[in-house]
Structure formats: structure tokens, C-alpha cells
Design a protein. Sequence first.
Length: 279
Amino acid sequence: MGALIWLASYPKSGNTWMRSFLHNLLRDADEPVPLDKLVDFCLGESWRVWIEPHADKPVDGMSMDEIARLRPLGQADMTKVFPDSVFVKTHNYLGAWRGVPLHNMDVTAGAIYVLRNPLDVVLSARHHFNLSLDDTIEMMARETAGSGLTETTIPEVFSSWSSHVRSWTSRPNPQLLVMRYEDLISDPARHFGIVARFLGLRPADERLAKAIQNSSFDVLRKQEQEGGFAERPAHAKAFFRVGQSGQWRNELSPGQIRRIISSHRQQMERFGYIPEDYR
């Protein structure tokens, strides 16, 4: 039985990229790990199968309060899946929902948090959530933002982009590693190396480089094109679209840029995301 290591992020901020890198690094295979094997390495916090064994009635008939109370029990069960550390994906903010913590700290060993410039997040999130740019900007500023109950998942609680980032990063903790998406792009050897060392790994340069290559955006996009990806929303043409930073300059209007900065100025300032021409 192992403790949980959360792989946390606001939606469309690099969580799947991080999961793929870690799986490729730990597996150390010559060929990239298939996308459909990611679930064999990293569990999904929102899978409703975790709470169903603890429910005394069908989940579809439960109140949100009842679902919230079962969440910590399901997370405790996750520790039994692997004998060592158990990686778990979460898009929840670090806080409570319906009076119950969204993350069971009694079974938590640590977390890796990936954040991304909201000016770029909005471009990816609009396709993922099938919204207009303006509606996505509004969603990312809404404190009650999240997803609903589906056939396979329980609700995720995002909160606003700023609250999400603040909740995970405002209190430094040696068991928490905070990584910027943009740094992973600009210098992957250095910053993915930091991730490896945080987990107590000391991979040889060749092994690290191979894991980075096998989880590169071009590889992930090709894998999706050839074999699909279960996490791609039905309405979206692709899960892996561009995978770059700075695309917002070509796609957002000055008014939209100002709205995003106005909603998230404090956290954007903290992480160097406010453009010089908008200060």
C-alpha cells in the first residue's frame, strides 16, 4: 500500500503531458507508452468507481453532499492499487466542497502542480468545454466553476483559475513541486529533471532525454491521430491541439486580454504572466 502523489492542474494546463512523461520515465521503454496505458500508471480522482463501493444506493440518486462525503473513502482505497507511491490526476482546487476536503491528506505523500498562463489556457479550454472564447473567459473567473456528474465521473471542482492556483501554491511545502508549463517547454531537460529529482529519481541523461522525447507533444498528437484518446471530449476534434505558449497574441483581442488580466492579475503577477505591454 502506498500514499498518493497528486498530479494537479487547472484543466488544459499540462496534466496529461506530465503523466505521459512520468510513465515513460518510469517504464523506460524504447517506444512511447500508448495513451490508453496512462490509466495503468496514474489513477483518475474523479472516476466514480472509487465511491461506488461505499455507496448504499446508486450514485445517480445521491445528493452532492452524499457524494462529497464518500470522496475521502474512495481516495483511501486508491492507496491499495500499487505497493509504492500512487499517482493520481486531479483538476480540483485544493480546498473543500460541501464541507468535505477534496483531497484526503491523511493518505497523501505529496503533489506536483503544473500551471499555465491563463491567456493560453483559455484557448485550449474553449475547445475542451465547447464554449466561446468569451464564455470560457467568464468560466475561468467564476468561483463555482467545475464539472457535473456523468456516467463515469463525479463532479470536479475547479473554482476560478486564480483560486485554483492560489489554493495549490500560496503555502510553500517541501512535499509540493510547482512547475510552469512554459518552463517545461523552454527547457525540458532542466525542468523535467527537476521533476524526476523531486520524486527521488536520478535518471541517466539518456534515460531522461528518451522519456522527454517519448512524451513530446508531437508524439502525443501522433498517438491520438493514430489510435484516439479516451479523454478527448466527443465534441472536440483533438485533445492535443497546439501545445505551445504565446498563442494568445494571435487569437485574443486586446479587450479579452485585459479581461483576463483584470480577473487574475495577482496570480499572473506572481508567476510572470502579465505581458510588458499590458502592465
